[in-house]
Design a protein around this ligand. Structure first.
Ligand code: ADP
Length: 239
């Protein structure tokens, strides 16, 4: 089989949208990452698993351009993310990546739809158009009818789905999620994970998700394990 690269003349079929190769990162004397690699295709969801302190978040930050690695390469759509300036990486994060965290961090004084519309408004879209586009995401995430609610009037699972809608509203190529179900009960977490994985797949985006929870990771197409800053890949049947 020919090797897949992101540069030119890639063979047909899945192509990596994002890849990190041989990533290394030290914090002072602590080696957070060394020889960590991860590739994700369009439409694919990859779970990053490992014990606390193994380097999962650092890997996520390097791949998403939050942190500049000390060594290795990050390629996004043919662009060397690790070589971009801080300002260009910030632009890339805004325009091409979506982020979901353990807590959605919604603004309490805005409605659910306005919270989802916020990235569009910050991108220069007028308020009416932005809210209209935000509302289109609500049925997809099982949030129909909740558009006018304030965050304080939403359950934990609903608020997290509003956070996911906000991460998706600019049609990101890659969604990064750090323990997105960490604050939810098991049943609600399962529901949120199903919606996150299926929505990302249907929109032909990609998902890189950090979790320590096997049950959450099992929902993804593939699991990459991180041990002492290194990645061990574990091929998993694509569902
Ligand atoms: P995980 O997400 O798997 O818990 P992290 O990537 O957060 O692991 O951390 C990996 C290692 O790097 C840990 O030893 C952690 O203490 C250290 N580390 C992470 N971020 C920083 C930082 N900003 N400053 C200093 N040390 C850090």
């Amino acid at each position: 089989m020919p090797s897949q690269t992101m540069h030119t003349h890639a063979p047909p079929g899945p192509r990596p949208v994002l890849s990190g190769a041989d990533l290394a990162k030290d914090y002072g004397r602590t080696t957070a990452l060394h020889h960590a690699s991860l590739v994700v295709d369009r439409g694919e969801s990859v779970a990053v698993m490992g014990p606390s302190g193994s380097g999962k978040s650092t890997l996520l930050y390097c791949l998403s351009g939050v942190v500049k690695p000390d060594g290795g390469e990050v390629l996004f759509s043919g662009v060397r993310v690790d070589e971009l300036s801080d300002a260009r990486r910030a632009d890339l994060r805004r325009s091409d990546f979506g982020f979901v965290f353990q807590f959605p961090g919604l603004l309490p004084e805005l409605s659910a739809a306005e919270n989802v519309a916020l990235p569009l408004m910050l991108d220069g879209v007028g308020r009416r158009d932005a809210v209209a586009r935000a509302r289109e995401l609500f049925p997809t995430l099982g949030l129909e009818g909740l558009e006018r609610r304030r965050p304080g009037e939403l359950s934990g699972g609903e608020a997290q789905r509003v956070g996911i809608a906000r991460a998706l509203v600019l049609d990101p190529a890659v969604v990064f999620a750090d323990e997105p179900t960490g604050s939810l009960d098991t049943h609600t977490g399962d529901e949120v994970m199903s919606l996150l994985v299926s929505t990302v797949r249907d929109r032909r985006s990609a998902l890189v998700l950090v979790t320590h929870d096997e049950r959450v990771a099992e929902r993804c197409d593939r699991i990459v394990r991180v041990v002492d800053g290194r990645t061990l890949t574990e091929p998993k049947e694509v569902r």
